[in-house]
Design a protein around this ligand. Structure first.
Ligand code: TXE
Length: 478
């Protein structure tokens, strides 16, 4: 098997060692061999990006727009093949893999347009004759550090705006998914990105990631991942006067009111809690259900879970793929045990499954009779595990929904306009959904949360410019 290399300063270069990328649906299947690097490679990449910055910042926005458009076109044209790679590497089912690739392609197309729309303001001064302009300029070198759960979409929604607005990039994909990171880099390189403007460094977070975070030549870090790592990175950036944007975990509530359409509520809950194996930061992990519909809802969710096909991500009839790796599987199983110890009733699933191929299969777990102060309802599990919390009223539901350290996404199933409007107004989350899963968002509008879920300005849509540009105010006496 060939070794897929890093891309640094306009060249494909070896790493210090290699990593073997394993398919979580079948651990006998090796997806590829990838370079694994340390601090030295990261520093070379940072130097290259630093040197390339003034030239790239000065290019016509049309050049940047055309580059992004070309990248988006190739991603979309190869959606099936890239979707297959994604599902093979990360374990989400093929339709989800292809869907994620399409999203990545669309993100590049969107920012191809945004590159041409960067504008400023002219403001009348309080001093006669003075002219004021408020301008936006690129920041400089941006370090992009991404997790494994959306291995092409998250890199796309950080790299595309960074390049669109004239920044240069050092990109470090998550250790578990170098394949999608490499494939995206290959497309960016062949689309004609100038030397040094985009760099790929594959390697561990504690070496490559840390070097990017610590470098004084890197102006900003855009990070998605765990709360613990994110907070460490945030503190390190603050100490160095560096801009930082963090997208972290969630403990997203889905409220189901007595007046909900039962079928809609069950579909929304099962999709939000379990699809993509529950490995989405926007997954609905707390199902807050009003007492009048509670028993019917639980019964219908269990019936639905009984019918779900859990298996190889690439098999046609699979609805839920494997957990991403052994460590994550053990974490999920630990939480199943923790929930039981805390007194929650394990109403369905939560056991390891054997399939034809050796992989990390887990039956979707549903807890009932839980309370919001249990650890399973406070901590992000990041797997196919959800809890039902029974409530008696809308007031109790909204209080419970907001009673969490996190605030990424939230949802309500209701047919009442009053409940829907009030929920949207009072939800303490960055995103609020009505009769839709808490996971599953558009690519052209802001994405992000409140409280422990996010730090810094929003990602995606036109709001992305807040992070990837810096404002300058000029005064002129003509
Ligand atoms: O995350 P990390 P991991 C949660 C989920 C999961 C847990 C651990 O609960 O079980 O986090 O996953 C890089 N300096 N989420 O270990 O460590 C790392 O290499 C700089 C939820 O994958 O946060 C990777 O590229 N970078 C989350 C990225 O940070 C460092 C999605 C994320 O890794 C670094 C993923 C360091 N010191 C995991 N250490 C969500 N909610 O979306 C690591 N990295």
């Amino acid at each position: 098997m060939p070794i897929h290399k890093n891309y640094i300063a306009g060249r494909w270069v070896d790493g210090a060692s290699v990593v073997h990328d394993i398919n979580p649906s079948d651990t006998n299947d090796q997806v590829g061999i990838y370079a694994s690097s340390g601090r030295a490679a990261a520093e070379e990449a940072i130097d290259a990006a630093y040197q390339a910055f003034p030239g790239w910042a000065a290019t016509s926005p049309e050049v940047r727009s055309d580059l992004l458009d070309k990248i988006g076109t190739e991603i979309l044209a190869r959606k099936d093949e890239l979707g297959q790679l994604l599902s093979r590497e990360e374990g989400k089912i093929l339709s989800e893999g292809v869907g994620e690739v399409v999203r990545a392609g669309r993100v590049f197309k969107f920012f191809a347009g945004e590159a041409l729309r960067l504008n400023g303001e002219r403001v009348t001064s309080v001093r006669p004759g003075v002219e004021i302009e408020v301008l936006r300029e690129p920041e400089g070198v941006i370090g992009i550090i991404t997790p494994w759960n959306f291995p092409i979409a998250i890199p796309a929604w950080k790299i595309a705006p960074a390049l669109a607005y004239g920044n240069t990039v050092v990109f470090k994909p998550a250790e578990l998914v170098p394949g999608c990171g490499w494939a995206l880099a290959d497309i960016i390189v062949r689309a004609g990105v100038p030397e040094g403007v985009f760099n790929l460094v594959i390697g561990p977070g504690r070496d490559v990631g840390q070097a990017i975070v610590e470098s004084r030549k890197v102006r900003g870090i855009s990070f998605t991942g765990s709360v613990e790592t994110g907070r460490r990175i945030g503190a390190a950036c603050f100490e160095r006067g560096k801009k930082v944007q963090l997208e972290l975990g969630g403990k997203n509530p889905l409220v189901v009111m007595d007046d909900a359409d039962l079928e809609v509520a069950v579909n929304v809950a099962v999709n939000g809690a379990y699809f993509s194996t529950g490995q989405r930061c926007t997954a609905s992990s707390r199902l807050i259900v009003q007492s009048g519909i509670h028993d019917r809802f639980v019964k219908s969710v269990i019936e639905k879970l009984q019918g779900l096909k859990i298996g190889h991500a690439l098999a046609n009839d699979t609805q839920i793929g494997p957990v991403v790796n052994q460590t994550q599987l053990e974490q999920d199983l630990d939480y199943v045990r923790i929930g039981q110890k805390e007194g929650a009733k394990l109403a369905f699933g939560g056991t390891r499954l054997e399939r034809e191929h050796p992989g990390f299969y887990l039956s979707p777990a549903l807890f009932t009779e839980t309370s919001n102060d249990m650890r399973i309802n406070r901590e992000e599990i990041f797997g196919p595990v959800a809890s039902v919390i029974r409530v008696n009223s809308f007031e109790e539901a909204i209080t419970m929904a907001n009673d969490t350290e996190f605030g990424l996404s939230s949802g309500i199933c209701t047919t009442s306009l009053k409940h829907s409007s009030e929920f949207k107004r009072r939800s303490a989350a960055g995103m609020a959904m009505v009769n839709l899963p808490t996971a599953g968002v558009d690519y052209h509008v802001p994405f992000g949360g409140r409280k422990a879920s996010s730090y810094g300005s929003r990602e995606q849509g036109a709001y992305a410019r807040e992070f990837y540009t810096v404002v300058k105010t000029t005064y002129t006496q003509p």
